[in-house]
Design a protein around this ligand. Structure first.
Ligand code: NAD
Ligand code: UFG
Length: 340
């Protein structure tokens, strides 16, 4: 199949690009490079031995998107492009409504006019908000607690309406839990611009010496060891869930939502310990106050992913830490050294 991947020069998009090509599909990437890297796409080309076209442009630019659709005629879209920093979404919510919601609206309009009927969307466990029970299943009420989460929910709702309007259309929103890790080759990985917001890239920077210590946000939560607990999953497992979703869309009508997680929580301290084993040295940490807006603990019920997609996480916490370390130690400054 011909697949258009928005945000394919980013972290999860570049890993998915590998799996999409390995599955025998053809892919074109659309990315504005606001947070993505040309080098990531070039490295995927090298990894897969295929020449991948990266069209640099913004998903809000309708005529740009139309020209790509006309030239490539994709049969399905995997839609990663968007902004994803929770704190930034509180400070500048309009940027999030513009890129995430309006950008998705423009994309769906173009898909409609070009008769492209299938889409997989990057949603997030953040749509659930305060847990009323755990693990979250897909029937858990949705009540996101920040603008970023609300934009994800709005796009899910838009996909519901878009797909209901024509029986040929189908959409899957994958609600990711906490993706971490890197391709085992060490060629591609997560390369956040500036100070990382998320735990794993921060641990990796401390381990490689670019940051001096990890601040543990809160040591007094009601969890096994007092630190925050999350459902971390390997980005390669997540990438494969997208390929399986492309297959599932073929015999689906309307919109479906599917959790993508392992079903197991890992605390911050447990993650640090696992990473220390992977990098074979200790990681400086300091416990500080809780981060505003953080939930103590959440993890997925992932039975629906198994039932609908035949997907289950295969890679372990050890794999996640080993592959992150391979990437970070081989690329201490991320893609920067190779960019032009
Ligand atoms: P990322 O920032 O690495 O990738 C997003 C890509 O989209 C970047 O390459 C960026 O340049 C591109 N982009 C942003 N705005 C664009 C625009 N207007 N037009 C074209 N391209 C644009 O992020 P990621 O971690 O790979 O996340 C991918 C998707 O998954 C995002 O939608 C994110 O919200 C979602 N998600 C991520 C996580 C996570 O923990 N990483 C969790 C849940 C959901
Ligand atoms: N943490 C630290 N120190 C850090 C960074 C994080 O102790 O420097 C802790 C957090 O307090 C939390 C855990 O590590 O307990 C995980 O934090 P992340 O920021 O890595 O992940 P979150 O679960 O807070 O958020 C992530 C994404 C959101 C998404 C959410 C649900 O960043 O975009 O998962 O999918 F909405």
């Amino acid at each position: 199949m011909k697949i258009l991947i928005t945000g394919g020069a980013g972290y999860i998009g570049s890993h998915t690009l590998v799996e999409v090509i390995k599955a025998g599909h053809q892919a074109v990437v659309v990315d504005s490079l606001v947070n993505g890297h040309t080098e990531a796409v070039e490295r995927v080309s090298k990894l897969t031995g295929s020449d991948i076209h990266l069209a640099v442009g913004d998903i809000r630019d309708k005529s740009f998107l139309e020209s790509i659709f006309t030239e490539f005629a994709p049969e399905a879209v995997i839609h990663f492009a968007g902004l994803k920093a929770v704190g930034e979404s509180v400070e500048n919510p309009m940027a999030y409504y513009d890129v995430n919601v309006n950008g998705s609206r423009v994309l769906l309009e173009v898909m409609q006019s070009q008769n492209c009927h299938r889409i997989v969307f990057s949603s997030s466990a953040t749509v659930y908000g305060e847990p009323q029970y755990l693990p979250y299943d897909e029937n858990h009420p949705v009540a996101p607690i920040n603008p970023y989460g609300r934009t994800k929910l709005m796009v899910e709702q838009m996909l519901g309406d878009w797909s209901a309007a024509d029986p040929e259309r189908s959409a899957i929103s994958l609600r990711y839990f906490n993706p971490v890790g890197a391709h085992p080759s060490g060629l591609i990985g997560e390369d956040p611009r500036g100070r990382p917001n998320n735990l794993m890239p921060f641990i990796a920077q401390v381990a490689v010496g670019t940051s001096s210590e990890l601040q543990i946000f809160g040591g007094d939560y009601d969890t096994r060891d007092g630190t925050g607990e999350r459902d971390y999953l390997h980005v390669v497992d997540l990438a494969k869930a997208h390929v399986l979703s492309l297959n599932a869309l073929a015999d689906q009508e309307g919109h479906d939502v599917i959790n993508i997680g392992t079903g197991h929580g890992v605390t911050v301290k447990e993650m640090v310990k696992a990473f220390e084993i992977a990098c074979a040295h200790s990681i400086n940490t300091r416990t500080v106050a809780r981060r505003a807006g953080d939930l103590p603990c959440f993890f997925a019920n992932s039975e629906r992913a198994q039932a609908r997609l035949g997907w289950a996480a295969k890679l372990s916490l050890t794999d996640m830490c080993r592959d992150t370390w391979t990437w970070q130690s081989q690329n201490p400054s991320g893609y920067k050294a190779r960019e032009y």
